[in-house]
Design a protein around this ligand. Structure first.
Ligand SMILES: C[S@@+](CC[C@H](N)C(=O)[O-])C[C@H]1O[C@@H](n2cnc3c(N)ncnc32)[C@H](O)[C@@H]1O
Length: 268
């Protein structure tokens, strides 16, 4: 059934997206309005050695917009969910990071992508990588539990309801959503650890850290943080932000949040 969102036919949009990615799968040499292929992945900073082992079929149909592993490598033994796994490049890079004791489950709605990804999994002889055909808006993993959820070039394809559903599912399914260097944040559990050692944060400190970790490397102004923390308050005191940043530095490490004088703060 088509769902109308402010005049947008979501079902039609979805079938157009599917058609485009079917082309990326079956006609990888075609010129698309977005960059594709192995050279593009190298430009994005994917580890060269890991990429070298991924079959060309997956790399030629890679159409991501970023390198999810730039936020930190996955750890051996982790169970990973790759939402929008396409022809499988991200899943197969992830599989090499988590090793035989970990696992990767990829999910994608485009059958042509699924076929290609499964072919590469077989070519690499990996028994711990599963590619599922399905929709990001209705993840079929009720009983599963993943350590990490990755996704590359998918979120902006979703309508608001689909995006909310995926984020809620991810928070429920993932133990560890975001990693920054040696800081581990588990949003669902509301816990933080630095190099494996649990750190006690107040609810407000946790909100600030969560905000930074989802905007890794980006400069965040004091005003943006105030808006985030006190969206409805008339009276906002910038000094409180200074106090929270000071406390986070004391708990997480002095250099974790850097100040850019007069501009704001940056994580990392
Ligand atoms: C840019 S590709 C992903 C790149 C991929 N991770 C790789 O390694 O090549 C985006 C993928 O998301 C899939 N996709 C888009 N919307 C989706 C949805 N609502 N549910 C499931 N898959 C979706 C597309 O079929 C496409 O294969």
């Amino acid at each position: 059934m088509a769902i109308e969102v402010e005049g947008l036919d979501v079902a039609l949009l979805r079938s157009e997206i599917q058609r485009t990615y079917a082309d990326v799968s079956t006609q990888p040499d075609h010129e698309f309005i977005f960059p594709t292929g192995r050279a593009w992945a190298l430009d994005l900073g994917y580890p060269e050695d890991l990429l070298a082992r991924v079959p060309e079929a997956s790399c030629e149909s890679f159409a991501g917009v970023a390198n999810p592993f730039s936020m930190g490598a996955l750890q051996p033994g982790e169970d990973v969910l790759d939402v929008g796994s396409g022809a499988g490049m991200d899943s197969l890079v992830a599989a090499q990071m988590v090793g035989a004791s970990g696992s990767v489950t990829g999910i994608d709605m485009t059958p042509e992508m699924v076929v290609k990804a499964r072919g590469s999994v077989a070519e690499m002889g990996l028994g711990n990588v599963t590619i599922v055909e399905g929709s990001a808006e209705h993840l079929p993993f009720d009983d599963a539990c993943f350590d990490v959820v990755i996704s590359n070039h998918l979120l902006h394809h979703l309508d608001p309801a689909g995006l909310t559903s995926l984020l809620e599912d991810s928070a429920r399914l993932a133990n560890r959503l975001v990693v920054h260097n040696d800081i581990e944040l588990s949003p669902a559990a509301g816990t933080v650890a630095v190099a494996g050692k649990p750190i006690d944060l107040t609810a407000q400190e946790l909100r600030i850290l969560n905000y930074f970790m989802h905007r890794h490397g980006r400069l965040i102004s004091q005003n943006e943080l105030i808006e985030h923390l006190y969206p409805f308050d008339e009276e906002r005191d910038p000094n409180t932000i200074e106090v929270y940043i000071g406390r986070l530095r004391r708990k997480l490490g002095r250099d974790v949040i850097k100040t850019q004088r007069g501009m704001g703060y940056r994580l990392g």
